[in-house]
Write a protein that binds this ligand. Structure first.
Ligand SMILES: NC(=O)c1ccc[n+]([C@@H]2O[C@H](COP(=O)([O-])OP(=O)(O)OC[C@H]3O[C@@H](n4cnc5c(N)ncnc54)[C@H](O)[C@@H]3O)[C@@H](O)[C@H]2O)c1
Length: 358
């Protein structure tokens, strides 16, 4: 029997979740909830006509068909939804970023732990084969001494994208290129390199002056392990290109572009390197020029893993606790931009980050 999933939030990205569930041999879409009932009906109509429709999350979490709740509401509403699902004893897979603060993230982690619920986050780029290969080679020490890790995200979003829903241009609701779009790549840097000990970030609005958010981020990062790094991320740059993740050690280097390698090179080569260098899917849609140009395969891997984690009673592949340091890095970048100065981690007084003045 497939495991029943409920989606809360039937907006722009919900079709990706519904598609992943439809393609999964292990899971099924059992229910959809949206305060806009028509959106929920549209999603079930398109993907799972037998699924139940709700306008209140409190009702959906008590649906016995629902074992896992996918949280797909705007960023500032994740915490309430996660806490409601955990209180009803449901497992949770939540969209990124986990929450708007570390304090809320800790509350959610604690609630899920106490309720013995799985709690994963959709930072789905981690599952891409080139990232998994980089991670493995890092763990084996193949890169030698790690010198740098850089992320470059030169994307394009129209002003209509920001006007579509009020939360998209409200920083305290989780808008802005840093916490919204670059979050995936801040997370990849953290996943590969470990936590940061300092960041120095500057943000600006290059091409979306009608809204009060940063559409461009430039940050340098000092990783706790000693290496340097950086991220440049923008939604202002037409036509939008594939993200690059670059890793340089004194014994090897690797670059992922989109979802495939453009470089995989080691001073000490191995016979399998040729095959590894071709891993990943060069044609996988990765949202560079449009928010919905995304392949659902990465979401499906996270969903399938959650089903297995429930059956095997183990942790999910991307537990929220592993994403917390990525949120801390993103929040530190906002603080650094506000102070016009480098910020060291761990963060103190992070609750004030979204206030007009520190
Ligand atoms: N993983 C990815 O690659 C990826 C890509 C895009 C968006 N996202 C994330 O997905 C989430 C949703 O983004 P979106 O673009 O679909 O947003 P959206 O605004 O288009 O959709 C959100 C939906 O939630 C509904 N909603 C709001 N409050 C609700 C409540 N209390 N109960 C039930 N429904 C409620 C809204 O009516 C809306 O339909 C965000 O967290 C975003 O960061 C992730």
């Amino acid at each position: 029997m497939p495991v029943g999933f409920g989606i809360v939030g039937a907006g722009m990205i919900s079709a990706l979740h519904a598609d992943a569930l439809r393609n999964s041999p292990k899971a099924e879409l059992a229910a959809v909830c949206d305060i806009d009932r028509q959106r929920a009906e549209q999603l079930t109509g398109d993907f799972a006509p037998d699924a139940n429709v709700y306008a209140k999350l409190d009702e959906m979490v008590n649906d016995p068909r629902v074992e896992v709740v996918n949280i797909v509401t705007p960023n500032h509403l994740h915490t309430d939804a996660v806490l409601a699902a955990a209180a009803a004893g449901k497992h949770v897979l939540c969209e990124k970023p986990p929450a708007m603060s570390l304090a809320d993230t800790d509350r959610m982690i604690d609630a899920c732990r106490r309720a013995r619920c799985k709690f994963g986050i959709f930072v789905q780029c981690r599952v891409r084969e080139p990232i998994q290969q980089m991670k493995r080679a890092l763990e084996e020490g193949r890169f030698g001494r790690i010198l740098r890790a850089d992320a470059v995200m030169k994307w394009h979003r129209t002003i209509e994208y920001y006007h579509r829903d009020a939360w998209r241009s409200d920083r305290r609701s989780g808008a802005g290129v840093t916490i919204q779009h670059a979050f995936h790549y801040i997370d990849l840097l953290q996943y590969l390199m470990g936590p940061a000990r300092a960041v120095d970030a500057r943000m600006c609005n290059l091409a979306h002056q009608e809204v009060e958010i940063e559409d461009t981020l430039e940050a340098s990062i000092e990783f706790a392990g000693g290496a340097g790094g950086s991220i440049v991320a923008s939604t202002a740059l037409w036509p939008g290109t594939d993200v690059r993740i670059e890793l340089y050690g004194d014994q090897g280097a690797a670059i992922m572009e989109g979802a495939a390698f453009s470089l995989w090179k080691f001073k000490e080569e191995r016979p399998e390197d040729e095959t590894i260098s071709r891993s990943g899917d060069a044609d996988q849609a990765a949202a560079g020029s449009s928010p919905t140009a995304l392949d659902s395969i990465d979401h499906q891997i996270v969903i399938d893993d959650c089903v297995d984690a429930i059956a095997e009673d183990r942790e999910v592949m991307i537990p929220c606790r592993s994403v917390r340091p990525s949120l801390e890095m993103a929040l530190a970048m906002y603080k650094s931009d506000k102070l016009h100065a480098p910020v060291t981690l761990p963060l103190e007084n992070e609750g004030s980050i979204w206030l007009p003045q520190l």
